[in-house]
Design a protein around this ligand. Structure first.
Ligand code: NDP
Ligand SMILES: O=C1O[C@H](COP(=O)(O)O)[C@@H](O)[C@H](O)[C@H]1O
Length: 580
């Protein structure tokens, strides 16, 4: 929950209690907002750019820009005195650095990245000197980009309360370069931005390159930066953050890893999965490994099965170009759900550090029984939403969404059963499901325990459930049976509930957390090369069986329902998907 503006007269105490109250309120429903003028103009420029040869028309402008003189402010960074801050206590600040965002005019940058960076800066967490270079293909001046970015901050629901005067100060940190990502010129311009910042950054040229572009550009950008020597760390650290999906199948993920490693050492590479930046996902590790009472039960002796759900009420949201290529397996299962699975099923790491955690995640991913093409039918179910009603409003089916083929075979729902061949989990199925246009937005990991061995009371033979609510209503609940009041020993299920808002803290954006980690050189919450590889290995049988194969049964679930009926068969007669 974030508040859009801070009353300038607010006193510290009042602000704190305000934050607490807002954290307890339900998250407002996401609705499309009218775009502000600057954002609208940028979108129009983007549309025009599709028909413009930037390399040609940009050459003269780029030459002019190269000779331009500008010096980034010597002292960047909010003063950290943010009375609204109720999160992010860090003792370490990153060294002075430049954040270079490729794809700075895109949806992710506009809605999530710029607000996340602004929040970090306003909280004084970005050190003594910092600046941002947006890079895109659209011709734009620095001033236009500054207008664009500030408009995006005002528009995004993810932006923290803006303290008076801070937008104007933040504006000073923003620069923009543009060009053709397959050429050299744009990287040369980026290099010059790092040169310009050097003095203000204490003689260092540290840089974090964030690739927020379509995946097809990850390799060209990585190589372009390499060609121009920008991965070289002799004048400062250089790191690259790569968005998802990382590859479109096992072979292309491997090829991308190989290409990236010709330029970057693995220690410089940060493959981002924003689910790992969510507080509640980290809390899964805290609860498992920070308490003695759960771990003894966390195995085949006590657990019947585990359900991992990432349900979305939203549909395509205008992302047909991307989603028609990706589908739900690449969009959610291969990355976010596999990460949730790995954190739930892994052994205890020896320490809370990048290698120890990533080693354990890889070990458990390797222990999952393969899903070759021939086994897909028995362990995976796909679905595509049809028209329906959500919150009383009619919504179109997937095939009626703009720019979707009328006979599209793209799945928008997947449920899969994973079996882990190790001593801890032998015989305990993990059921993962995710889909769009399900009844509500909810992400949850539910550990469902075995029934008691003997029933001596009426009732009381239900399965206990420990549920981690990742979002919304973040928290953890334990469902167990209790005596109901009265003369008889009759048992009924009750729930013990911990809600994250009990901390009175506003949960930080996962992008803030992960950006700061990357700037500090902490890769703990970023998937390593071998993790991504194993996750691809697991889903490749599913992709091979489904990709491009016509799915005549589509649509097979109505918008606003919990997915196709076949998913109920997958989980089995003695188990039920949780109705959340
Ligand atoms: N949007 C989201 O919520 C999420 C996105 N992601 C990932 O983040 C990345 C970016 O996604 P998103 O912002 O939605 O994508 P968009 O399509 O909205 O934006 C992509 C950016 O890349 C630029 N771009 C596109 N094609 C080219 C090209 N040929 N040459 C140069 N620049 C180009 C766009 O410029 P222009 O503005 O000119 O089109 C824009 O700046 C993707 O990898 C996506 O999978 C991950 C999680 C969530
Ligand atoms: O990566 C993605 O995630 C979002 C869901 O993220 P959340 O943090 O809102 O749960 C999903 O809508 C999108 O399709 C996918 O690309």
């Amino acid at each position: 929950m974030t508040r859009k503006t801070a009353p300038s007269s607010a006193k510290k105490g009042a602000a704190k209690s305000g934050a607490k109250a807002s954290a307890a309120q339900p998250r407002p429903k996401r609705t499309a907002k009218p775009k502000t003028e600057a954002v609208q103009q940028a979108v129009e420029r983007r549309d025009a750019a599709q028909n413009v040869d930037v390399a040609q028309t940009g050459a003269a402008a780029a030459a002019a820009r190269r000779t331009r003189k500008r010096v980034p402010p010597a002292v960047a960074g909010g003063d950290g005195h943010n009375p609204f801050r109720t999160h992010m206590r860090r003792t370490r600040a990153p060294e002075p650095a430049t954040l270079v965002i490729f794809g700075a005019t895109g949806d992710l940058a506009r809605r999530k990245l710029l607000p996340a960076v602004f929040g970090l800066w306003q909280d004084g967490l970005l050190g003594s000197a910092f600046n941002i270079v947006g890079v895109g293909r659209q011709p734009m001046t620095d001033e236009e980009f500054k207008d664009y970015a500030l408009a995006a901050l005002k528009e995004s629901k993810e932006t923290d309360a803006i303290l008076p005067g801070n937008l104007e100060k933040f504006r000073e940190l923003l620069y923009y370069e543009y060009g053709d990502f397959s050429g050299d010129e744009v990287y040369d311009l980026v290099g010059r931005e790092l040169d310009r910042a050097e003095e203000a950054h204490g003689g260092r040229k540290n840089a974090l390159f964030y690739l927020s572009t379509p995946p097809s550009l990850f390799e060209p950008i990585s190589s372009g930066l390499g060609r121009l020597g920008l991965a070289d760390q002799s004048e400062g650290w250089r790191r690259i953050v790569i968005e998802k999906p990382f590859g479109r199948d096992l072979a292309s993920a491997r090829a991308l890893n190989d290409a990236i490693h010709t330029v970057w050492d693995e220690s410089q590479v940060y493959r981002i999965d924003h689910y790992l930046g969510k507080e509640t996902v980290q809390n899964l590790m805290a609860i498992r490994f920070g308490n003695a009472i759960f771990e003894p039960l966390w195995n085949r002796g006590y657990v019947d099965h585990v359900q991992i759900t990432a349900a979305e009420d939203l549909g395509l949201e205008g992302r047909a170009g991307y989603y028609e290529e990706a589908g739900v397996v690449r969009d959610m299962l291969q990355n976010h759900l596999m990460q949730l699975f790995a954190l739930t099923a892994m052994e205890a790491p020896a320490a809370f550090d990048a290698d120890a955690i990533r080693d354990e995640k890889v070990k458990v991913l390797r222990a999952v029984k393969e899903i070759p093409r021939g086994r897909v039918k028995s362990v995976a179910v796909r679905g595509q939403y049809g028209p329906g009603t959500m919150d009383g409003e009619k919504v179109p089916g997937y095939r009626q969404e703009p720019n979707v083929k009328p006979s599209s075979p793209t799945p928008t729902y997947v449920a899969v059963k994973l079996e882990v061949d190790n001593w801890r989990w032998q015989g305990v199925p993990f059921f993962l499901r995710t889909g769009k246009r399900l009844p509500k937005k909810v992400t949850e990991i539910a550990v469902v325990f075995k029934r008691p061995p003997l029933g001596i009371f009426p009732g009381g033979l239900e399965r206990n459930v420990l549920a981690f609510r990742i979002q919304p209503d973040e928290g953890v609940s334990l469902k167990f049976s209790s005596k109901t009041p009265g003369q008889e020993m009759v048992l009924r299920e009750v729930v013990m509930d911990f809600r994250y808002d009990a901390f009175g803290a506003q949960l930080e954006s996962p992008y803030s957390r992960l950006l700061l980690d990357a700037m500090l050189g902490d890769a703990t919450l970023f998937p390593r090369e071998d993790e991504v590889d194993h996750a691809w290995q697991l889903v490749s049988g599913i992709l091979e069986a489904w990709d491009g194969v016509s799915a005549p049964e589509f649509p097979n679930y109505t918008s606003g329902t919990w997915g196709p009926e076949a998913a109920d068969e997958l989980i089995g007669a003695d188990r039920r998907w949780r109705r959340l």
